[in-house]
Design a protein around this ligand. Sequence first.
Ligand code: ADP
Ligand code: MG
Length: 343
Amino acid sequence: MKLFNLFMQELAVDLGTANTLIMQDDKVVVDEPSIVAINKKTGEIIAVGNKAMQMHEKTHDNIDTIRPLKDGVIADFQAAESMIQGMINMIGNKRRFFTHLRMVICIPSGITEVEKRAVFDSADHVDSKETYLIHEPMAAALGIGLDVEEPIGNMVIDIGGGTTEIAVIALSGIVCDQSIRVAGDEFTEDIIDYIRREHNMLIGERTAEKIKLNVGAATKNLTNPPEPYAVNGRDLMTGIPRQIIIRYEETAEALDKSIMKIEEAVLKALEITPPELSADIYRTGLYLTGGGALLKGLDKRLSIKTKLPVLVADDPLRAVVRGTGIALKNTDRFSFLIDRKSL
Ligand code: ADP
Ligand code: MG
């Protein structure tokens, strides 16, 4: 086994709209935002991941930051490929040459055949000899620890950056799913809009993201409310920088409409679930994963709406990469993995 490992390198890649994670030998070795910075004149990649994120919204004319997977689809093929390469290079000298590289890459379920091919091509370019793709809800279910092969229905709700994916999984397949483009990015925009409207102040995406992480809430009745949060931005009237204090009740108001859309999609998914599987879901409840699962009070709100138990996955930002890692160890067994031939 040891000798075999010397010649084999295996990577599980979660290609998310907000974050890309890579797991190797059961450890997360890359966890970076899905963003690249390019030199607009030369087209050269200047930075990938965290470094590129630090430049985001602070660039001048010659630099552009791109999120290659905005909205759950590959918006920019070239940038996506550079990003995948850059992230794999971050594993650094642990990347052994002359080895057989095998990868499982998790993709948002909304991506088209052409986009899947592009992901395969990107994998070829980093010299992967064996590549499989896995749909995000399936990887999420595996990462949560569900037995996806059983004849038992489980509903997984993955709230990422670009999309919320709701899927019912049973017998190694996705029985029904709903995907909407309302997720973390939309929440961030809601907060920007709210502060512009209610406080006459302009803030950037990164500031709004911090507000969301600190005082973002899905309901005005949190049992453990966070402390109010100080926010700096530019006054719309005077143009001068100023500071305001935001309470969680305000973000709950800002996010209400978007969360209603997620609730509707969950109800719709429950409505189209075959009755035998509904019976299973009644017993097991709904599993919440992805970064959006961390929004305060969201589990409670969904539980009240559906009258079902809602469970937040352990470390929900990493459930998908964990699941992709499990798939990597079972490529010969899991029929739901996509290889190039099945395209
Ligand atoms: P993706 O799979 O699309 O890359 P992730 O599952 O990594 O997305 O989730 C990223 C999203 O989760 C981002 O929009 C981020 O702002 C959001 N997020 C992360 N932590 C929290 C938190 N504590 N509260 C609310 N949203 C969060
Ligand atoms: Mg994800």
